[in-house]
Design a protein around this ligand. Structure first.
Ligand code: HEC
Length: 148
């Protein structure tokens, strides 16, 4: 009898030990079903780190007189077209932040894929206190060739 009880107890604890594993596995399942916005932000972050961060900084604050801040900026959360144009061509239709002049030059990234441009722009539109909308790769694609 005693050994039976022990077997039951062991069985009980073995099952109990697996409950968190099952719960965690279901948690991962949710991660796989993230919204398009979350997936774009997650994909855009490493692009920002490798291509933009030296100039615009990890916190988006920019470099005084050299590069603009991207923090809580209407330029960043507003119209998508100038942002897409900027990445493809390296220049803005309107001057950046209140017409201020910066000593650095924003590079053009014509070699970046539609996905990379869409994701990095979505990343900056949702970071640094910005609450902008998603930019889709198809929106970048539709501007290729239009922008010089
Ligand atoms: C060599 C430094 C440098 C790098 C690298 C760089 N930028 Fe810039 N960026 C600038 C400068 C300088 C300006 C201001 C341009 C102007 O005044 O016309 C600017 C402007 C901008 C603006 C417009 C800001 C505004 O308020 O209108 C955005 C958006 C932007 N950059 C995003 C990016 C992204 C995204 C990347 C990476 C893919 C990037 N930049 C990489 C220097 C840089």
């Amino acid at each position: 009898m005693i050994s039976n009880h022990r077997t039951l107890l062991i069985a009980f604890f073995t099952v109990a030990a697996f409950i968190p594993v099952v719960v965690l596995a279901q948690g991962n399942h949710c991660v796989a079903q993230k919204s398009p916005m979350k997936m774009a932000v997650a994909a855009g972050q490493p692009v920002y780190v490798s291509k933009c961060q030296t100039c615009h900084q990890a916190d988006g604050s920019g470099l005084p007189d050299k590069t603009p801040s991207l923090i809580k900026s209407k330029q960043i959360t507003g119209d998508k077209r100038p942002l897409i144009e900027l990445l493809i061509s390296g220049h803005l239709q309107q001057p950046a932040v209140q017409g201020k002049k910066y000593s650095q030059t924003m590079p053009a990234y014509p070699e970046m894929s539609d996905d990379e441009i869409a994701n990095v722009l979505t990343y900056i539109r949702r970071s640094f206190g910005n609450k902008g909308s998603l930019i889709k790769p198809s929106e970048v694609k539709s501007m290729r060739g239009v922008v010089k």
